[in-house]
Ligand binder design. Structure first.
Ligand SMILES: [Zn+2]
Ligand SMILES: [Zn+2]
Length: 325
């Protein structure tokens, strides 16, 4: 080997080590921890370890438990945003409260792993320089720099706390949002129920959902009155009634021909049935005043809430969600 070649080899190695020095080890540890925690929650956490409907069920359950009207409205108007907020909150609770000790241990283990990888890389590099006859003087200079850096990294990472995870580029909640929210989010034009297809942008025909709701929760009312509509859309589509597709529509359309009412209606498959989740009956009773204030319509006249709905207790409403999946 000529001396020229030897010098080339050692320069390449020195450059590699310079790059290695620039890697933020703290970040590597945090990324590894974030991926690990997301994976663990995907397997063990009940809201995240099932299918799409299972996640929806847990979102609705938490909405009922918290009884926050604004969150319900966010969910009705922008279900994806509320679902993402739910995932964020659950991850935060899991990592920083309920499983804090476990998370700290995972973080510690990843610190040890990364530190031992670094030491190993350093010793392999040293061996390579020696066996390939690199420029020992230059190497020693680099080595002492790296050694100092390694010591400071070990010091830094040993004091690494859970708080650093929040600054990490990869975050467990974002990994989970990425995995769980890549699906269809089109909502029913009558009741705002979210299509349950797991494929984002699936064949445009036939968005569908196993349970529809009463259309009043999306603000539907009887034209020319302030009366909310308390009918479920699955009942309406079997009726001889008619509806105005938009606020300013002049012509009404028979419910039975709802698909002809415009593009947002055309792609929904709404099968007539009498299934009515107790959950939504409870919801309109619990938030009657807030809904009236929000939409400026009334649950009166044809929009009167059936009296038997008012007898549904919250736990029964939450239990009815089990019918979803
Ligand atoms: Zn519907
Ligand atoms: Zn869909």
């Amino acid at each position: 080997m000529s001396s020229f070649q030897r010098k080339e080899i050692s320069l390449t190695q020195v450059n590699q080590l310079k790059i290695l020095r620039r890697i933020t080890i703290t970040q590597a540890v945090c990324n590894k921890t974030a991926i690990g925690l997301a994976g663990e929650m995907r397997c063990n956490f009940p809201a995240f370890n099932g299918n799409r409907l299972n996640l929806e069920k847990h979102v609705l359950k938490s909405l009922a438990e918290n009884e926050n009207f604004n969150d319900f409205i966010t969910y009705i108007r922008n279900p994806r945003r509320q679902t993402e907020a739910f995932i964020k909150a659950e991850v935060e609770k899991y990592i920083f409260i309920d499983h804090r000790d476990k998370t700290v241990n995972i973080l510690k283990k990843n610190v040890d792993d990364v530190n031992s990888l670094m030491s190993q890389a350093l010793s392999t590099a040293t061996q390579n320089v020696q066996s390939q006859g690199g420029d020992i003087k230059m190497w020693l200079k680099e080595f002492s720099k790296i050694k100092k850096r390694l010591d400071s990294i070990i010091e830094q990472t040993s004091s690494l706390s859970l708080g650093k995870l929040k600054e990490s580029r990869l975050k467990p909640d974002e990994i989970l949002i990425d995995q769980l929210c890549k699906c269809c989010w089109v909502t029913c034009p009558f009741c705002a129920a979210v299509c349950t297809n797991t494929i984002e942008g699936h064949s445009p025909d036939d968005h569908s959902v196993p349970f529809h709701r009463l259309s009043g929760i999306k603000g539907w009312h009887n034209r020319g009155t302030v009366e909310f509509s308390v009918n479920f859309c699955t009942t309406n589509v079997a009726s001889d009634g008619r509806f105005y597709p938009h606020h300013n529509s002049e012509k009404s359309v028979p419910y039975k021909l709802y698909r002809t009412a415009g593009p947002e209606y055309a792609n929904w498959r709404i099968i007539p049935d009498e299934s009515k989740l107790a959950y939504w009956k409870w919801f309109v009773c619990r938030f009657q005043n807030q809904l009236e204030g929000y939409y400026k319509y009334k649950f009166q006249g044809r929009g009167e809430i059936p009296s038997e709905w008012k007898k549904i207790p919250k736990d029964e409403a939450i239990k009815s969600l089990d019918e979803m999946c």
